[in-house]
Design a protein around this ligand. Structure first.
Ligand code: 13P
Ligand code: SF4
Length: 347
């Protein structure tokens, strides 16, 4: 009886902790996280945090995953660059990466001897799926001597054929540092346009040879989405991810990575922000800046949302084969060179 009461008290305390963090966070249907939602999450967050200690695991969560993961169990939350750094520098025995496959794969490449798990299993990304290693190899053969950058949203086989990889937070700076007037950039055709324009703006133009596809979340935004936000909310600041079309980015007040957008909001006096990015970042900003208003027209990455408290717990206890990240050692060794080059050039 005493034990039951203690367990109940623990759950109540955990639900209050979660509710304190999530009460200003919205759900896709427009409602907010409730105390009852937090009470339902509490058994999972308590168990996950317990297993995490027992297994000396670290949980890394991308900002686009759900807020119960981001605030309930993650040791680190952030953009793809920050999380790659955390993975590289982690002293944990096990890395649990709540994100999409290419992110967990990057963590494995940086930690070939550690167990790296992804709760969602093979959660894809329309960008990473847009070009194969063989196609990248062909592109390099077609343009000999031209430096090649790949966005981190690419598979290990593509990274293995590139000089360096980049993230949305450092793509402009790294591209500017590379020699020559031409540059291969994969696999985001829309970011390639933004990159080309930014290099012109900086006075260091380059011809970008692009291949690949687009992000199925960010490529949906249109100039009229920005115009509508401005008409509806006078004084609004509109921010976008560089995976959005250039016609949209040109109309925005700020364009940058998920970390960059967060820093922009933190440093702005505006009260209302239009968010042309994935819903999870909106949730993070709602949690961290409850006094500000965030208007989100649409945009959900279903792959990111495949990570749940339940499959995180299952992965920690007894991972299913699809939750265990493996990369062929020869590919990993080559891909690591491109990732390490990014760390070097991002300094
Ligand atoms: P960030 O590096 O800005 O977190 O972007 C990752 C991503 O997948 C955006 O869609
Ligand atoms: Fe890939 Fe787009 Fe999802 Fe980011 S939001 S992981 S780019 S599909």
């Amino acid at each position: 009886m005493l034990q039951t009461l203690t367990k109940e008290a623990q759950l109540t305390e955990e639900a209050h902790r979660l509710y304190g963090l999530l009460k200003s966070v919205s759900k896709e249907d427009g409602s907010r996280w409730t105390y009852e939602d937090c009470l339902a999450a509490a058994p999972y967050t308590l168990s996950i945090n317990q297993f995490k200690k027992e297994k000396n695991a670290v949980i890394l969560a991308h900002s686009y995953t759900t807020p119960d993961l981001v605030y309930g169990v993650a040791d680190y939350r952030g953009d793809s660059y920050e999380l790659a750094l955390k993975a590289r520098d982690s002293s944990a025995d096990m890395i649990v990466f709540a994100g999409v496959w290419f992110m967990a794969e990057t963590a494995k490449i940086l930690n070939p001897h550690k167990k790296v798990l992804i709760p969602a299993g093979h959660a894809g990304c329309s960008l990473a799926d847009a070009i194969t290693g063989a196609e990248m190899q062909q592109l390099r053969a077609q343009y000999p001597g031209v430096p090649a950058l790949c966005y981190i949203n690419s598979v290990a086989e593509v990274k293995a054929h590139c000089d360096a990889c980049v993230t949305s937070g450092n793509v402009f700076d790294i591209a500017q540092k590379l020699p020559g007037k031409e540059l291969i950039f994969v696999p985001d055709l829309l970011m390639a346009k933004n990159l080309e324009a930014e290099l012109v703006r900086r006075g260091t133009p380059k011809k970008i040879i692009a291949a690949g596809g687009s992000c199925c979340v960010h490529d949906k935004y249109q100039p009229h989405d920005v115009e509508k936000l401005r008409a509806q909310y006078p004084g609004i600041k509109v921010v976008a991810h560089p995976e959005c079309p250039i016609e949209v980015c040109r109309l925005c007040d700020y364009v940058g990575s998920t970390k960059g957008m967060t820093a922009y909001v933190a440093g702005s006096d505006a009260e209302t922000f239009g968010m042309l990015t994935e819903f999870g970042l909106v949730n993070r900003l709602e949690a961290e800046f409850p006094q500000k208003k965030f208007v989100w027209p649409f945009g959900v990455c279903r792959s990111m949302k495949r990570n749940t408290l339940q499959n995180t717990l299952e992965a920690l206890i007894d991972p299913r084969p699809e939750q265990v990240v493996e990369v062929a050692p020869a590919v990993a060794a080559e891909a690591k060179k491109a990732i390490d080059k990014m760390f070097e050039l991002a300094q």
